[in-house]
Design a protein around this ligand. Structure first.
Ligand code: ADP
Ligand code: ZN
Length: 749
């Protein structure tokens, strides 16, 4: 998806399907894999407002459903025997979804070919949305109460703390005073403390005028551009394109401020991992309070409360991962997508949607501006900027004035690391000097674990996942072998499972853990931080590690792509790319080059952000490869030019459309047979190219065999209609056979 114009075609099909509801009946959508609403009789108190959440009988169960404002169905509306129509059991006490949410859900369902029920399920967030907030009780001081006759140091302390008049949960006061809750109870009995309801948490209100930022000339132009877009109160997309450290965040905060002045809500969407405390404190510095956060680490209670706060408009600015897009905004007036090129915005689970693209759709539906920010925008967004579909605002240099790091290649063909080591001597020397100067260095390797492959030195047997076409990856800290596709895990064997030899299993190749091992052997005195998603259990721990690095409590950082995202480490001056070629070996993936460029550029951009120019070393076997050459020369434009030409010539996105069908089943032959049969039944279409069916590069995942069909067509072709026609003609899939549709695929494995 890349065109705003694509909208029109799809919204039209929605209209066609709008049939007249049977008089008096209420269409209800259930959040399950069904693509149609069901009719119900309204409850005695009358038909609920569209968007309302209701409890309905369904089969022999009851379910939560959403009242739709018109009947929807994937085909001919089914005739239902009026005697079998049931009545809505209960209307839930939650704010109804706004009409915009219903239209947005319909649009996504049509575009991604996902059941409408599954799309609307993403808008329901948590069970707690439908539950009234539980009142919480605490204790507070009774003004002017007599001191209890029997005073103890514990009582004294508790009363001292409570003297500020706040209402605290008993346990919290006891903890603060270092006493038991019995002491607090005693004070209540004595009449010094009284129980009181704790007021519900309210969202803090960001103040657009909290600070005034002075901008450079280039920044000022971009700020003006964004303010104008917000002032227009109309749909537009702006690509905010500037190197890391150029002040993009600072600049788009002004657009946020403007939208707040106009009393509109704002969504700032970030890749989950970029939701660091650093970002939040910068927001707070600019607006005087923290934004509302929306991400996977929240509890259900928090979700419920924030969902409602977004619906009522109490939440002004939401900073969130991709699911923030599905909140029931009262009056959304701006979306900023930071790191817009990030692959994490594509969801490949149930509903395959790209959150950045859906943001553009949402802006168009809601008639408000969308800002896409990145230091390495996607090819899609570049092309849209070039053709004038998007506005293009460029921040040319770093705000601090320091130049981008100097990047030096280390040709691994001639400058090899020592045997069993992964860092070339030159890189090691640089790290030693960095350490001497008291500066930080960072090593990047986008591979989790200790070693990607374990084999037997005696018989050559390789340890493979029993359920997937994949090697098992050694994780030395956990002393286990894991499959990165299905989660299979086993202890490291001491003998070869094939030949039975003892102590012959050998690790091949490096993962971050192995690089960390080398570093701690070489620099035993250095303080090392290892950042890898499997070693850091959650967002809170991640934030703590990032804080330590910022505070200079770390000398050497070793990490996977976690370290590439939006962090600002002021004391970091050296970056080493352990294996620059790693991302290029992705076979059929048309974005492999682009992604490698983005990742390497982002990682090297971490060096030298504050005062001194940073340095980066790129270990590679192919320094002459176009991606490496572009990184080394810093000539982004030349690289873009070449990528764009390749895409154009190959009819690849954004010049062409792609869609993938993935067929999977437990049985190998069945999978192949069905895949061939499905391909065989494809309707004839001159302009749509069918590639495959072929066995997927990862032929088996979780014991399911996989085949793929790739569709390619020029941009103007309505791929969805074609697919719908094709899929409608297929015979019912039997047994465990599954067919999934991936529009605009980002994974080709
Ligand atoms: P980007 O998002 O493009 O990587 P940031 O917005 O993070 O850039 O800016 C990089 C650094 O420069 C930050 O520490 C930021 O506070 C600072 N900075 C950028 N613009 C200004 C400005 N106009 N005034 C003061 N500090 C700024
Ligand atoms: Zn597996």
């Amino acid at each position: 998806m890349n065109s705003l114009l694509d909208l029109t075609g799809l919204t039209d099909t929605n209209q066609e399907q709008a049939a007249k509801p049977l008089s008096g009946l209420v269409p209800v959508l259930l959040p399950v894999a069904l693509d149609q609403t069901y009719d119900y009789f309204p409850p005695p108190e009358g038909a609920p407002q569209p968007g309302s959440f209701v409890i309905v009988p369904f089969g022999n169960q009851t379910r939560i459903g959403i009242v739709w404002d018109r009947p929807c169905s994937d085909g001919e509306p089914k005739k239902v025997n009026p005697k079998r129509i049931k009545t809505i059991a209960e209307v839930l006490d939650a704010p109804p979804l706004p009409e915009m949410s219903l239209r947005f859900a319909e649009w996504i369902a049509k575009y991604t070919l996902s059941p409408l029920g599954m799309v609307s399920r993403m808008m329901m967030s948590a069970r707690e949305v439908f539950e009234p907030p539980k009142p919480r009780f605490g204790v507070t001081i009774v003004e002017g109460a007599k001191r209890p006759p029997r005073m103890t140091p514990a009582r004294e302390k508790a009363l001292e703390i409570a003297a500020d008049g706040l209402i605290r949960p008993k346990a919290a006061l006891a903890r603060e005073a270092g006493c038991t809750s019995g002491v607090i109870d005693g004070l209540v009995t004595a009449g010094c403390l009284v129980e009181a309801a704790i007021p519900e948490k309210r969202c803090p209100q960001p103040n657009p005028g909290h600070t005034l930022v002075e901008f450079s000339e280039a920044q000022e132009r971009a700020v003006e551009g964004l303010r104008a877009a917000v002032d227009a109160q109309n749909f537009s997309v702006t690509l905010l394109d500037g190197v890391t450290g150029s002040g993009k965040t600072e600049v788009y905060f002004e657009a946020v401020a403007r939208a707040l002045e106009k009393n509109r809500q704002v969504l700032i969407m970030l890749p989950e991992i970029a939701l660091t405390s650093q970002f939040l404190s910068r927001f707070e510095a600019r607006f005087g309070c923290a934004p509302v956060e929306w991400h996977s680490a929240m509890t259900g209670t928090e979700r419920g409360r924030l969902w409602k706060a977004v619906a009522t408009g109490e939440a002004r600015v939401v900073v969130g991962a991709r699911s923030g897009l599905f909140l029931p905004y009262h009056d959304l007036g701006l979306i900023v997508v930071d790191e817009e090129h990030d692959g994490g915005f594509k969801q490949d689970d149930r509903v395959n949607y790209h959150a950045r693209d859906m943001t553009v759709v949402r802006g168009s539906m809601g008639k408000f501006p969308v800002v896409l920010a990145s230091a390495t925008p996607s090819i899609e967004s570049h092309v849209n900027a070039r053709t004038g579909k998007y506005r293009h605002l460029i921040l040319p240099g770093r705000f601090s004035g320091t130049e981008l790091p100097e990047i030096t290649p280390i040709d691994l063909r001639t400058e090899q690391p020592d045997k069993g080591r992964w860092l070339a001597p030159r890189l090691v020397n640089e790290m030693a000097e960095c350490l001497e100067r008291g500066q930080q260095s960072l090593l990047f390797l986008n591979r989790r674990g200790y070693a990607p492959l374990t084999l037997c030195r005696s018989c050559g047997h390789r340890l493979e996942c029993p359920q997937c076409t994949a090697w098992l990856v050694e994780h030395r800290f956990k002393k286990r072998l894991n499959c990165h596709h299905c989660g299979f895990s086993m202890p490291l064997p001491e003998t070869c499972p094939k030949c039975g030899e003892h102590d012959t299993m050998t690790a091949c190749g490096p993962g971050v853990e192995r690089v960390a091992e080398e570093v701690s052997e070489r620099f035993p005195e250095a303080r090392i931080a290892l950042l890898s998603s499997d070693l850091i259990p959650g967002l809170a721990e991640m934030r703590e590690v990032i804080r330590q690095i910022e505070a200079g409590e770390t000398d050497i950082i070793i990490g996977t792509q976690l370290v590439a995202k939006g962090h600002n480490f002021p004391n970091l001056n050296l970056v080493g790319i352990v294996d620059g070629d790693l991302g290029l070996a992705q076979g059929a993936d048309p974005r492999a080059g682009e992604r490698t460029f983005q990742l390497l550029h982002q990682v090297t951009g971490r060096a030298g952000r504050a005062q001194i120019r940073g340095r980066a070393f790129l270990q590679t076997h192919f320094p002459e490869h176009p991606v490496m050459a572009a990184i080394l020369s810093g000539d982004r434009e030349a690289f873009l030019e070449q990528e764009i030409q390749t895409r154009q010539a190959g009819l690849l996105p954004p010049y062409g459309r792609l869609a993938a069908l993935i067929i999977s089943a437990k049985d190998k032959e069945t999978t192949e047979l069905i895949a061939r049969d499905i391909a065989h039944r494809a309707p004839k279409a001159e302009r749509i190219m069918l590639l495959g069916p072929t066995e997927a590069p990862i032929a088996v995942i979780r014991g399911r065999h996989r085949w793929r069909i790739l569709l390619k067509a020029p941009r103007e072709v309505d791929m969805q209609s074609y697919l719908r026609e094709w899929l409608a003609r297929l015979p019912q899939l039997k047994g465990d056979i599954r067919l999934s549709v991936d529009i605009d695929p980002y994974s080709f494995l």
